[in-house]
Design a protein around this ligand. Structure first.
Ligand SMILES: Cc1ncc(COP(=O)(O)O)c(C=O)c1O
Length: 395
């Protein structure tokens, strides 16, 4: 069997409509197909490859760690240089209350850890989330997913979860003394890039503090420069009690984290001890890559250029078929008239060599989240191809 046959015969499918491209190599913003075709990657493996593909410094950090050691012991027992160094670097980049990092393998695991930590720290069981939120696919994360269609077939899920309307200040009155935590994306990704309003986030912080509920920011998709600041919450004057990270964190290597104060985090270590454990969380290779990623972001000032690229994208995506463009940095939703037109333009763009995608809960919009390192010329070129695709579809 060739790889295509193996993929369809023996790899579990997540839908009956996979993109099914066979990619053999990747460099910068380009993916190279088996057929020799070249595609501009405007989605970065869903907001993962922020530095583009094949970054030399990341590859050499991974290689160097490979020579030292791979896995040694379950997370949290041995002192391992890449983990300790990364925890220190993250703490230095964050407000002083976010000083204790628990490393996971993925985003959904970071969310699981954050929810457990909130219940344990507060001694409460109720959780508040928002309509159209996406926090991952495991049972706890799915329980706080604000989309019925995605989760309904998997009930029963966690009890005590209540959903409020995103950006609705009135609804925040539902936070009370039995609320363990409120989990929120600072910019909702899967609902098609909807940023929290400053007033909403400020009131959310106020209500959580007033009632002793922990505020969790899920920055799994928005972290590490995607929105034009290292973390999206830096656009606001609001600091969470727990921060969840993953996706681009490891610059292509699998890693996530939930980060809180030492006081909050310490509750996982006693009564019982080992309240949250993982074998592979904070894998040395992933930590080495993530630490190098943070260094590159700082030294090469990549994030500073994001707002200019956001503006350029919006200018060059202007087309009569586009109804609205919503963006926060290089997390962009391009809304068309309806789902059918959107999907046709996405397919037509792919035919012409530009990879985009749709959003889980916004079928009318095209997802654009390119590597942050994309050049101005590459943006102009890719947008031209998308406009041509739109011409072909709505002609
Ligand atoms: C906001 C948000 N939270 C959580 C997750 C889940 O992360 P993972 O797929 O690494 O489990 C995602 C993934 O798309 C996400 O966008």
């Amino acid at each position: 069997m060739n790889n295509r046959e193996l993929f369809f015969s023996h790899q579990a499918q997540t839908s009956h409509f996979p993109i099914g491209l066979e990619i053999t190599s990747a460099e910068g913003v380009y993916l190279y197909g088996k057929d020799g075709r070249k595609y501009i990657d405007l989605i970065s493996g869903i907001a993962v490859s922020s530095l583009g593909h094949g970054n030399r410094r990341i590859a050499s950090a991974i290689r160097a760690q490979t020579e030292r050691h791979l896995h040694l012991m379950v997370y949290g027992e041995f002192i391992q240089e890449p983990q300790a160094r990364l925890a220190g670097m993250l703490s230095e980049s964050l407000p002083h209350t976010l000083s204790s990092c628990y490393f996971t393998n993925s985003g959904t695991e970071a969310v699981e850890g954050a929810l457990k930590l909130s219940k344990r720290f507060t001694g409460r069981e109720n959780i508040i989330s928002f309509n159209n939120a996406y926090h991952g696919s495991t049972q706890g994360a799915l329980s706080v997913c604000g989309n019925e269609e995605l989760k309904n077939a998997y009930r029963p899920l966690l009890p005590g979860v209540c959903f409020l309307r995103f950006n609705n200040i009135e609804d925040l009155k539902k936070i009370n003394g039995s609320t363990a935590c409120v989990i929120v994306e600072v910019v909702q990704g899967e609902s098609g890039v909807r940023a929290a309003s400053p007033e909403f986030l400020a009131e959310l912080r106020k209500q959580c503090t007033a009632h002793g509920a922990l505020l969790i920011f899920d920055e799994i998709q928005t972290g590490f420069g995607r929105t034009g600041n290292c973390f999206a919450f830096e656009h606001y004057d609001v600091i969470p009690d727990i921060l969840c990270l993953a996706k681009s964190m490891g610059a292509g290597m699998p890693i996530g984290a939930f980060i809180a104060s030492s006081k909050i985090m310490d509750t996982l270590a006693h009564h019982p001890p080992l309240g949250h454990i993982t074998t592979f969380g904070g894998h040395p290779l992933s930590c080495a890559a993530a630490a190098e990623h943070l260094s590159i972001l700082k030294e090469e000032k990549i994030i500073d250029l994001v707002p200019g690229k956001e503006k350029l994208l919006a200018e060059h995506l202007a087309h009569p078929a586009v109804k609205e463009i919503r963006s926060k940095g290089l997390l962009v939703a391009v809304e068309f008239e309806n789902e059918e037109i959107n999907k046709k333009i996405i397919s037509e763009s792919l035919e012409r060599g530009v990879l985009t995608d749709w959003f889980l809960f916004d079928q009318k919009s095209m997802r654009i989240a390119p590597p942050l390192t994309i050049s101005r010329e590459e943006i102009i070129n890719a947008c031209g191809i998308i406009r041509d695709a739109a011409d072909a579809v709505v002609r």
